[in-house]
Design a protein around this ligand. Sequence first.
Ligand code: AHM
Ligand code: MG
Length: 357
Amino acid sequence: MTAPNSLSDHSLDRDCTTLSRHVLQQLVSTHKADSPLAPAAQDISAIMNRIALAGKLIARRLSRAGLVDNALGFTGEVNVQGESVKRMDVYANDVFISVFKQSGLVCRLASEEMEHPYYIPENCPIGRYTLLYDPIDGSSNVDINLNVGSIFSIRQQEGEDLDGKATDLLQDGHKQIAAGYILYGPSTILVYSVGAGVHSFILDPSLGEFILAQENMQVPQHGPVYSVNEGNFWQWEESIRDYIRYVHRHEGYTARYSGALVGDIHRILMQGGVFLYPGTRHKPEGKLRLLYETAPLAFLMEQAGGKGSTGSEALMDVIPGELHQRTPAILGSAEDVELVQSFIQERLREAEFANVH
Ligand code: AHM
Ligand code: MG
């Protein structure tokens, strides 16, 4: 007989720590029985299970995309963001809708790819949750077999939404019950938080299950990586250029930019550093969307001891004026985000001084 606590027991325990079990444990241990979240623990665990299923379906499609007819390339349509739609964007968007049909869990899904939220009326009497998501983040990587991701956030529906405008979603990031991403890389990794730390899971293809990889991840306070599209240098405000000049002139910094936010953020979560997508003179709001991208990632970063900022305020505090609102984003290690902010504040002080004198 094998002795208790042997190596094989540990790996067996680990193999049995699946995503849905972990979510349930987290919610039950964090929230007392009289907390409003306690009865909802089963629901959130079931929602995470469906998100995991969406991740498996998308990972499967991506791994065979080059062999399947009509999986790659553009559809010829332009989405609500004014961006050309890829076939994989449509597939992944539909996957999230399909996995929640007849689930009784989610009444509305709001995505970067859809102008208005998608309602699943049969779920609405009991499904008080809304899923917000970016089905394929980093779409430009799809056709060349580089990593992409999905980003998700769960919010509780407030009110009856009788006019079908989902205005209750126009609230700050603290309203998120859970958030996370799936990174489709050499392995498929799911990272999530329900507000009690950040945890990562790796898809074991032989089991078809996401298995716990790392619990309570902490982003280092400082890291060497700065991750930004420097091709936009001349379109940025002077303060962002000041920061980039600073890292060019100091030892210990290295640039990494993959074109897919999820991959860049995952690197920073593991190794420290900062991701930036600042506004430009022509587009001060930047490119990334608050509800589907920057608020969920700010939630994760804060849970991991890092920070998320627009440059002028915490991303988690931003109240959107519309569903598809964009925000500038500075995300990552606390010290590195603060360093970028210090350059922004310095330029603001100079501008104020110039105005006064
Ligand atoms: P997408 O969700 O439409 O793919 O857009 C978001 C992506 C991010 O993943 C990435 O960081 C950024 O857009 C890249 O944009 P750019 O090519 O302007 O650097
Ligand atoms: Mg995106």
